[in-house]
Design a protein around this ligand. Structure first.
Ligand code: GTP
Ligand code: MG
Length: 363
């Protein structure tokens, strides 16, 4: 008989992390990708796994000023300068094939170094500096082996609501894995704390608490935890990740009242339309920067190293990490306090080695 999970609330949540959900999402994404294949073919960017991450040597351009790329538009980008003012710029042909992301440190020339469309901004980005960190998730097919989220950020705050959508530890383990692969710090920010009684200790987070992870409980509505977050933000670049509707933009508005981000009604299990639709760079006047991101539905770890899992699941012996599939999480003899952790390990372990489902489709 299958052993019921004790995570009452996260039973529905657990379904959201099921392989079927990922397969369904994969199919939907691949259809969207097919529809945009023609457009992609005309773009400069490379979609090959290695070249996607390779950057040209910036050495010839080190005499130029440095800036941060804070937004990408179809034909140009916005740069944040040293004084934190922003200017639009175009990309030089020298960056052909380079996928730039929010947070990239770039070198720019105040006048175009090569002929450009006069209707476009005169400032031109000519080089990109090596990245200190790079947050990426597994792409859905070979055309896009990685989806790059942001560069040079220091920390991820994985946002999870108490309810609406349900708290889902499986997603938090995924975000933790991506943070580790990116070289970034990781914190869990529980949102909408006002929606559960104080007596509710959120036991679904116990396995993560036992790993000593930083978990902050917040309510943007009641102002709970906001000051603590503001202090953690000082001089850091922090990216918020979480399902659609968990309250990322609301939290940012509480931290940065001037941000005035659009806030949405929540959709069932976060599968509806996102309110935030692209990564948004938000400098904080008291120091630090927040990056708001669109709500995620799935977060693939495909292509990441399995060796990362030893750090994510330190409670398991190394033989289990090397080959967890022979184990049965429901086997009482294993004496597991949290069988769902072993299930999570198995899920991530399998997914990391998965082939891209639509490999060669667009070749
Ligand atoms: N009760 C309560 N509701 C909240 C809180 N924070 C956010 N909400 C509500 O949750 C809903 C979604 O908030 P958003 O901030 O738009 O969520 P998001 O994570 O930015 O969503 P996407 O942009 O779609 O990814 C809104 O109706 C908010 O009013 C909170 O602390 N308490
Ligand atoms: Mg939002």
């Amino acid at each position: 008989m299958s052993r019921p999970f004790r995570l009452g609330q996260s039973r529905a949540a657990d379904e959201m992390d099921s392989p079927e959900t990922y397969a369904r999402e994969g199919r939907a994404q691949s259809k969207r990708r097919q529809q945009s294949a023609e457009r992609l073919l005309t773009e400069n960017e490379s979609h090959d796994s290695d070249t996607l991450l390779r950057l040209p040597d910036p050495a010839p351009w080190m005499h130029l000023e440095e800036a941060t790329l804070v937004q990408r538009h179809s034909q140009c980008v916005d740069l944040e300068l040293k004084d934190r003012s922003q200017i639009p710029a175009t990309l030089s042909g020298k960056l052909k094939g380079v996928k730039l992301v929010v947070g990239d440190r770039v070198r720019y020339s105040p006048v175009p170094l090569e002929p450009t469309d006069p209707s476009l901004p005169g400032v031109q980005v000519v080089a990109v500096m090596p990245r200190r960190t790079l947050l990426k998730r597994g792409g859905i097919d070979d055309r896009e082996p990685w989806q790059l989220i942001c560069a040079n950020a220091d920390e991820i705050w994985a946002c999870a609501a108490v309810v609406d959508p349900p708290l889902r530890p499986g997603l938090l383990e995924r975000v933790q894995t991506l943070a580790l692969a990116a070289g970034m710090g990781f914190r869990i920010v529980v949102t909408k704390r006002d929606r559960a009684s104080r007596k509710d200790t959120l036991p679904e987070l116990d396995p993560l608490r036992e790993q000593g992870l930083s978990i902050l409980e917040t309510s943007a509505l009641k102002g709970q935890g906001i000051e603590a977050l503001r202090e953690l933000l000082l001089d850091r670049v922090v990216v918020l990740l979480g399902h659609s509707g968990v309250g990322k933009s609301t939290l940012i508005n509480a931290l940065l009242p001037k941000a005035g981000l659009k806030i949405g009604a929540i959709s069932r299990y976060g599968t509806g339309r996102q309110t935030t639709t692209s990564a948004i760079w938000l400098p904080c006047p008291t120091g630090g920067t927040l990056i708001d991101t669109p709500g995620i539905r799935t977060l693939s770890v495909r292509g990441l190293e399995r060796s990362l899992l030893g750090t994510i699941f330190p409670e398991f012996p190394s033989e289990w990490i090397e080959d967890p599939m022979a184990l049965d999480p429901e086997d009482e003899d294993l004496g597991l306090d949290y069988p769902e952790r072993l299930q999570s390990l198995q899920r991530l372990w399998q997914e990391m080695e998965e082939r891209n489902p639509n490999q060669n489709v667009f070749r």
